[in-house]
Ligand binder design. Sequence first.
Ligand code: PMP
Length: 389
Amino acid sequence: MPAPSTRIATLTGDGDDGWSLFYRARAMIAAGEEVLELTIGEHDVRTAPDILDEMHRAARAGHTGYAAVPGMAALRRAVAARLSASHGRAYGPENVLITPGGQAALFAAHHAACDEGDRALLIDPYYATYPGTIRAVGAVPVPVAARSEDGFQPDLTALAAAAPGARSLLINSPNNPTGAVYSEASLAGIAAIAEAHDLWVISDEVYDSQVWAGRHIPTASVPGMAARTLTVGSLSKSHAMTGSRLGWLAGPAEVIAHLVTLATHTTYGVPGYIQEAGLYALGLGPEAEAAVAAPFLRRRAILLDRIAGHPRLRAVPPDGAMYVMLDIRATGLSGAAFAAGLLDAERVAVMPGESFGRAAAGHLRVALTLPDDRFAEAVDRLVRYADGL
Ligand code: PMP
């Protein structure tokens, strides 16, 4: 076999093997063991039947051929309308590229922002795919640590120090894995740094329908930011449509036009019947998104109640998204050691913080993704394990 390209062979390989816990839990489940799994960010409910009916209807009506590569005009308009409403400024279909999920939008955005060898900043802790996505376009990921003690708001001093010479900054609010929702002050600071160093800001807002405290501020709505922001969105989290692979990238029309060319040469668009279902889903309005989000708020409360006042478990205030970060440093264990022990002793799987970057060491990410009663049981087992240490 000829050698694979260096780029593909070095896509991952941070040396951080936190995901081994996830694979071990999955292997236990496959072997018939009962494991309470609070690992990946996937709802415990499936896509709503009416959305699937629309998908089926569209497919039966013949929308099974090649769809428009940038996305169906009606869907681009619907996404533009959703953005216009939340950003308080006008978006048109020319500002929107429909992508196979937010993940493909993240890849496209970095392709648009970075040349080979450019430094691309990201905030640590980060969604696990981020460094690989940046490497996939030939750029160099530069993590900038945020601190648990600051509720994982970005460290503006560290960011300003890392910014000279960088090309882009990737942020994510509401945040996976931390649940942080960036404050007005954080976003103002980010805007000032981006302007001073002429950075693209790639703003991953796929959790914008899951905000429990405070307010989600879209980055492109911050004065001066629309011209340098590429906003990533998705129906995966808002409509429990993870498997449909439907998302978007929004930004200045010139960049979107370039990325239509990229899509022509890579994905060639998203299936039409999926797009029709997405159009229908967006048409259900914010109430439908709130209904999908509601269980996570309940489980957040279950977790916070059960660990309140615990001497060695501290929740980092989770203002949004479907996760809670637990600071377990007072136990003296690493996130990986705690998660491994918990899985063995109590058959509960959570993600070690270390899977999401160095800044999350000594933490666990608990996904709020089991029905309430089983979730409560999982939390009780986690507390019992901590008590027994
Ligand atoms: N960004 C973040 C922060 C995520 O957590 C995820 C999925 N877990 C994605 C992007 C990608 O989502 P999708 O491709 O399903 O839209």
